[in-house]
Ligand binder design. Structure first.
Ligand code: DX5
Ligand code: ZN
Length: 214
């Protein structure tokens, strides 16, 4: 299983230390949560912070934008060194265009679905996506409880991607630990985001490595 530790639960007074910790782990990528206080009821960090992280991260950057009008920031996200630009379906009336813009800028395109958004909405665009991110909590905060229907939803997404011959990877975000991670692995997830479970653990490197064995 690929693991993407979410820096939202890191110690922001020691970001360099925590990014280097992730460098030294089995993590596949580093997950960065940008929040605007409009789409979600919280504000996290923005592009200048990611620019600095880019200089020290040895892992690919997975930028999860919980913001309205993400299409305005495609070039800024690219300049931050993002490998994946994740935009929410719920804020993109012209999703196909945004996906094309992300790819034209040289990034991999990922679309995120809130817990109440069905996977079916992606059927007509599935084969143009590099990744689909399912939220297994309502976006905005770390440390929330896993929403159980996400396991069945992961299975439904796997089926949809197979039916549409899409090569998109399935990423799940929110409430991931060793128990929920195992259920998600069995349901067909490719990448698990983990914030508080990693950063609140006594030995984050070993926690990442345990998750990656799922
Ligand atoms: C929530 C963020 C997540 C968050 C997950 O809106 O998208 O990436 O960091 O945190 P945990 O793993 O603690 O649920
Ligand atoms: Zn996230």
């Amino acid at each position: 299983m690929k693991i993407a530790p979410s820096l939202l639960s890191a110690d922001f007074a020691n970001l360099e230390r925590d990014v280097r910790m992730v460098n030294g782990s089995e993590a596949a990528m580093l997950h960065l949560d940008v929040m605007d206080g409009v789409f979600v009821p919280n504000i996290s960090f923005g592009f200048p912070v990611i620019q600095s992280i880019k200089d020290i991260s040895e892992k690919p950057l997975d930028v999860h934008l919980m913001i309205v009008e993400p299409q305005k920031y495609v070039n800024q996200v690219r300049d931050c060194g993002a490998e994946y630009m994740n935009v929410h379906y719920e804020v993109c009336p012209h999703l196909h265009r945004v996906v094309q813009q992300i790819r034209a800028a040289g990034m991999k395109a990922a679309v995120t679905l809130n817990p109440a958004t069905p996977v079916e909405v992606l059927r007509d665009i599935a084969d143009e996506l590099d990744m689909v991110l399912l939220m297994s909590v309502n976006p905005g905060f770390g440390g929330q409880s896993f929403i159980e229907h996400s396991v069945e939803k992961t299975r439904r997404l796997r089926k949809l991607l197979d039916e549409t011959h899409s090569k998109a990877m399935i990423e799940i975000d929110g409430g991931v630990n060793l128990t929920t991670g195992k259920l998600l692995a069995d349901a067909g997830a490719d990448i698990l985001v983990a914030g508080s479970f990693v950063f609140a653990s006594p030995d984050p490197i070993s926690t990442i490595n345990q998750l990656s064995k799922l």
